[in-house]
Design a protein around this ligand. Structure first.
Ligand code: GDP
Ligand code: GDP
Length: 437
């Protein structure tokens, strides 16, 4: 499981700015689960080989009514409870405030790894002002400038230093290996119902209980000769014959499970339509490059008119998952469940497909012959050859000259050709351009 870092601190110290730095977030990446966990933002970050999840606790209105401090404390406590390490942000220019003292007191008692971080410290490294933060009783103060990108790498190293390195979740080596599967979706879409329907039918191979709370539970099972490891998102425990979710929905667990899956089954609720939260989870799956199958559950509970509306809203709101297959199911009435298995296996095969350099290069050159990339001013991009740069998701690296002038429309044209040729249903595909000079 990827470790979780929470950013805490009073308003205006630069937490959101730092969050954007750490996650290099664009709109689609930030999983802002508004409504469920008001005011908390979740994102994915990476430094070298280490990956992590960042929670930003900012976003509330400091001028609002008297309840604001308790609201802040609640937001902070919830984020901190989910985190493995805390980055406590203070304002290097404003100095220590009484609110900083309150937060520090709380963090000292908590005993989680904590990095005291003085932001807005551009041009202040080693400055005397910084020493006053020692009075917070949290040890060394680390100076950064979120706005200018200074001290960020060291900050990440410090925050991760005390945490165990997560185990590599490698791709299964052979075709018989288990597919790591996550069932993701908002609360009440029917995840537990579906899983129980599945597992009730299947003989369980074994059932790992977690060694520590940081481990995810995986439930191994087999279907049509294919092994799956179901990664839990809800704290499943076996109670008698059924699995029961003992914890309420957790955004962090969902994101961690998506991170460590090969394939994600994203469940939508037919009675609710496509919500913002569905779109955020979908965006995160895409950003993380996971293979994905979409299923609309509770199909039994809607009429024809609602069905039409739903299909239209999927087409528009989840247009970025056009490559995924779409299924209409009822977990409760056990309808439409059969085809899901072949879709999950197909998505995994597509995600791990091997593409040889000669075949990729031939396809590339044929595509160029069919339609060459547009000239940009003095430059005409020259696409020379292609090779595979990764799996799950597949990455195709194209080599040539002036490739920075290849338009997005042209990249989409190439993507469509590659997808068709390799039958890439259910997986994102990344195309990278490498210009040689
Ligand atoms: P939050 O309320 O803690 O999330 O703070 P924001 O990220 O919204 O930042 C508050 C203000 O501080 C904004 O005006 C930012 O532009 C500014 N700010 C953030 N980081 C830096 C920094 O590294 N240096 C300076 N000088 N200003 C910063
Ligand atoms: P989870 O929070 O995603 O695990 O959702 P649950 O499996 O607990 O289901 C939430 C509610 O939706 C329960 O009351 C289920 O009985 C109901 N539900 C689940 N699947 C279906 C379905 O296919 N059709 C209908 N009509 N209700 C369903």
């Amino acid at each position: 499981m990827n470790p979780v870092i929470a950013l805490v601190g009073r308003p205006n110290v630069g937490k959101s700015t730092l969050f954007n730095r750490l996650t290099k977030s664009r709109d689609a990446i930030v999983a802002d689960f508004a409504g469920l966990t008001r005011d908390r933002h979740y994102g994915h970050g990476r430094q070298g080989a280490r990956e992590f999840i960042v929670i930003d606790t900012g976003g509330f209105e400091p001028e609002a009514s008297s309840g604001i401090f308790s609201e802040m404390a609640k937001q902070t406590r919830q984020a901190v409870a989910e985190a493995d390490a805390v980055v406590f942000v203070v304002d290097a220019r404003a100095g220590v405030s009484s609110q900083d003292h309150d937060i520090a007191k709380y963090l000292r008692r908590l005993g989680k790894p904590c990095v005291l971080t003085a932001n807005k410290a551009e041009g202040m490294v080693g400055a005397a002002q910084l020493s006053e933060f020692y009075e917070l009783g949290l040890g060394e103060v680390h100076a950064v400038s979120a706005a200018h990108g200074q001290g960020i790498r060291d900050l990440i190293d410090l925050a991760l230093a005390s945490l165990p390195e997560p185990e590599e979740t490698e791709l299964p080596a052979d075709e018989k290996a288990a597919i790591r599967l996550t069932v993701a979706g908002r609360p009440n879409v029917g995840k537990s119902t579906l899983i129980n329907t599945w597992l009730g039918e299947e003989r369980l191979v074994a059932f790992d209980m977690p060694g520590t709370t940081r481990d995810a539970i995986t439930v191994p099972f087999e279907r049509n000769g294919q092994r799956f490891d179901l990664i839990d998102t809800a704290g499943l425990r076996k109670k008698g014959k059924v699995f029961e979710a003992i914890e309420k929905f957790s955004v962090v667990k969902t994101l961690q499970a998506i991170d460590s899956a090969n394939v994600v089954l994203l469940l939508l609720d037919a009675t609710q339509g496509v919500t913002d939260q569905d779109a955020h989870i979908a965006g995160y799956i895409l950003e993380r490059g996971r293979a994905v199958v979409l299923a609309v559950n509770k199909w039994d509970a809607v009429d024809d008119y609602q069905r039409q509306l739903l299909e239209r809203s999927i087409e528009t709101r989840l247009a970025f998952l056009k490559f995924a297959s779409l299924h209409f199911i009822s977990a409760k009435k056990r309808q439409g469940l059969g085809p899901l298995w072949s879709a999950l296996t197909q998505a995994y095969k597509a995600a791990t497909c091997k593409m040889s350099t000669p075949v990729l290069t031939r396809l590339l050159l044929e595509a160029v012959q069919f339609q060459s990339p547009k000239r940009a001013g003095m430059f005409r991009p020259k696409l020379r050859y292609a090779h595979q740069g990764g799996m799950n998701p597949p990455v195709i690296v194209i080599h040539g000259n002036s490739l920075e002038h290849v338009t997005d429309a042209y990249k989409r044209f190439l993507e469509a050709r590659f997808r068709k040729e390799f039958d890439l249903v259910g997986t994102p595909l990344r195309i990278e351009m490498k210009t040689s000079h």
